[in-house]
Design a protein around this ligand. Structure first.
Ligand SMILES: [Zn+2]
Length: 430
């Protein structure tokens, strides 16, 4: 791959500082140099063999990290529609969706559960070995659940595991076997459903699993060096995440003061991804699929949205990391619209655009287990970079527009190169 020098760019480096004019040199798959502009009229001496990209003042920022990704959700209106997709079509779907994330500037995604046992693992491996195009990816298990719980979609006459959206277990030994089996398939993380989800008929405030079963899941996962992530909407389930050491907490809608205190006391050990897009759009933008505001109000989603917003405001005040991503891949939250989460963080949670941008970049690095490797435009970091037409700090919604994301670089290679119109790009002779 050619080395690349971005000149004449405004650099948002992920440190929390305001953007500054300058240039960035990428050599191989790393950022080799980040230099502030020497002032107006200063010109960079040509470097042999380097592709020069004149950014014409565009906004250069780290690639974004999606903290709660389901490649296998197929933009349909129900779990059943996801479940019924045959495996052959399903893996092709996942490959196509993986590319869509990269197209939209998400250079890293954290798998949050998959609809069939090995979809996530196969996609991660295919991205890693270059068979398909996609973001850096951590592969998840199916959602582990209990008989009758969230994700058990079997019928009395169709009890086979193929008819279950999740992996259904009961008791400590079944949990242990389940975790070990997913580890055998090669997952990076285990997903456990600790609470309900109102649309499925099991209210979000209800909890499932015994403490023994949860403890077994966490111990077994950690024994194999794996992470646990939980679907945790209820207050009890959120507390269980802290007490049992479940690193990734999805949703965290219903908190009380004890839950907030626990999360604050352990804030360096946990990541919260609330998935506000799901709540907001289920409440307000799903009428076309029969989920009118009246219906979703009866389900309890409007009350949950209010509770989740209050919980996130409180957690933000307490310095707990809140990350973007969550349950994109339903008909009313299609894949690729994920940057709406940043707008929601500003509009609903009260983050500044700077905080929202940091949550999508610097804060995502440890979530990807790539601390000091991604999330910043710093020397020595992996070259995951976006060139944006506009200023996300002035208007966070520009990141929702593919046309405004001029270039996407992952691991030092352009997934999408900037438009080749002079003088934006010139190749210097060696
Ligand atoms: Zn999810």
């Amino acid at each position: 791959m050619a080395d690349v020098l971005f000149t004449n760019v405004r650099i948002f480096d992920g440190s929390g500082d305001l953007p500054y004019g300058g240039e960035v040199l990428v050599q191989g798959n790393r950022i080799a140099r980040v230099q502030r502009s020497a002032g107006p009229g200063a010109r960079t001496p040509p470097i042999g063999g380097v592709q020069l990209i004149d950014g014409a003042g565009a906004f250069l920022m780290p690639g974004m990290v999606e903290a709660h990704t389901h490649f296998s959700w197929n933009d349909q209106p129900s779990l059943d529609a996801i479940l019924r997709m045959p495996p052959e079509e399903h893996i092709l779907w996942c490959a196509q969706v993986a590319k869509r994330y990269l197209d939209m500037g998400w250079t890293s995604c954290v798998g949050a559960s998959t609809a069939k046992p090995r979809l996530d693992v196969v996609i991660r491996n295919a991205i890693d070995d270059g068979t398909i195009v996609g973001p850096r990816y951590l592969a998840a298990s199916q959602e582990i659940t209990v008989p009758g719980g969230l994700g058990d979609t079997t019928r009395p006459h169709l009890p086979q595991s193929e008819f279950a959206f999740g992996a259904v277990v009961s008791g400590v030994e079944e949990m242990r076997r389940c975790v070990r089996t997913f580890v055998k398939w090669g997952v990076d993380s285990l997903k456990i459903n600790l609470s309900g989800e109102s649309i499925t008929g099991m209210p979000s405030e209800m909890s499932q699993f015994t403490e023994d079963e949860i403890a077994c899941c966490v111990q077994e996962a950690k024994a194999w060096g794996k992470r646990v992530a939980a679907h945790a909407r209820s207050t009890w389930s959120i507390k269980q995440c802290v007490k049992q050491g479940i690193e990734v907490i999805y949703h965290a809608s219903f908190t009380d003061s004890e839950a907030l205190d626990l999360l604050e006391a352990h804030k360096t050990e946990h990541f919260i991804a609330p998935g506000l897009a799901w709540l907001i759009n289920t409440c307000h933008n799903a009428s076309h699929w029969g989920l009118t505001p009246e219906v979703t109000r009866r389900m309890g989603y409007h009350r949950e949205l209010e509770a989740a917003v209050e919980s996130m405001k409180a957690l933000r005040r307490r310095g707990v990391r809140i990350l973007p991503g969550g349950d994109y891949g339903f008909a009313w939250t299609p894949h690729g619209t994920n940057a709406k989460d940043l707008e929601y963080f500003v509009r609903y949670v009260g983050m500044s655009p700077m905080e929202a941008l940091l949550s999508a970049t610097a804060w995502g690095a440890p979530m990807m287990k790539l601390h000091r490797q991604i999330g910043k435009v710093h020397e020595g970091y992996l070259a995951d970079l976006l060139l944006v037409d506009g200023d996300p700090l002035a208007d966070i919604t520009v990141l929702q527009d593919k046309a405004r994301i001029l270039a996407v670089m992952k691991d030092g290679e352009f997934h999408r190169a900037p438009p080749l119109r002079a003088p934006r790009s010139t190749r210097w002779a060696a």
